[in-house]
Write a protein that binds this ligand. Sequence first.
Ligand code: Q46
Ligand code: ZN
Length: 293
Amino acid sequence: MRQHRLALCQECFLEWVPEQVQRAIERFDMFALDGRVLVAVSGGKDSLSLWDILLRLGYASEGVYINLGIGHQDYSNVSQRRVEEFAAQHQAAFHVVNVQERYGQTIPEVARRKRGRSTCGTCGLIKRHIMNELACEGGYAALATGHNMDDEAAVLFQNALHWATGYLARQAPVLPASHPRLARKVKPLIRLYEREMAAYALLRNIDYIYEECPYSRGATTLLYKDLLNQLEERSPGAKQQFYLHFLQAREEGRLLPPAEQEVDLAACARCGQPTTAPELCAFCRLWAAEPTA
Ligand code: Q46
Ligand code: ZN
């Protein structure tokens, strides 16, 4: 790990990774040891490794997998199997939500019906809604996702290039539960590079889905990841500095005004989750009957 000027053997590396996670949990006050954590698992290396690490650290963590119905079900069904196998091996509790079974259509079908909405945009909206609902109703201390430092640095790069101050203000390792129907969201892997997570999954024999979601091809964040990796190649630690110094500046209020603008949230008339829209939230509008011509 050139950014730390550190080389570890397998045994020490497998101890070092959970230490980094524990450090992030404590540093950002993510959750306490006695709290139940809901881990959003996709079947990929990051989320399954995160679940593995939290279990090893002694956190009562349960998984949630959302079957999106992607790749004519192939991609989704294989990734669901990986999650089921992991849960069985570790005797860990997990929940599955099948979007088609619950709401009648797969994500690509909803996106097709809602012309003008991207598949990933629709997917993100649906995932956020379901995860939030489960985390709130289940009374979990937090909803944890497997975003690593590469993911966060790429988003930061994109937001900084566009000076998207609203997004920059909200890009944080912890999003507090600012409303009774909003779950606390945390990212315990933010201190770890993507290749470290890949090495961890490999060394721990975690059987994850290697394929990426077919819709991720050509995503702009992949370009930003690539550019940051080129920078990292020439200047080890550049990626880490870019991201961690942003967090520090953000925390100290040096970058953006610390107080975010208050937004008025109302309860959605259908699902009750908070929304800025006057009646139905964006999720419920996806499923509302189309006006007939
Ligand atoms: S799962 Fe969904 Fe991602 Fe696939 S459709 Fe796009 S958003 S790429 S994290
Ligand atoms: Zn709603």
